[in-house]
Write a protein of this length. Structure first.
Length: 61
């Protein structure tokens, strides 16, 4: 068995670098390319969710 450490926690606010928007991590996963985070955010009245890698995100305050 292998322990996996994630850079962000469930419920943590993160900034999506590409679109400069803040969202929240609602799922964690590990795939062949590394740790992934499903981030939920609102854009123009629509709820969006997308899987992202840690290099696409940064911690938000």
């Amino acid at each position: 068995m292998r322990t996996v450490e994630f850079a962000y926690d469930l419920g943590q606010a993160v900034r999506i670098k590409a679109i400069d928007m803040v969202g929240r991590v609602d799922s964690l996963s590990l795939d062949n390319n590394g740790n992934t985070y499903r981030v939920v955010y609102w854009n123009d009245g629509a709820r969006c969710q997308v899987w992202m890698y840690d290099w696409e995100l940064e911690a938000s305050q």
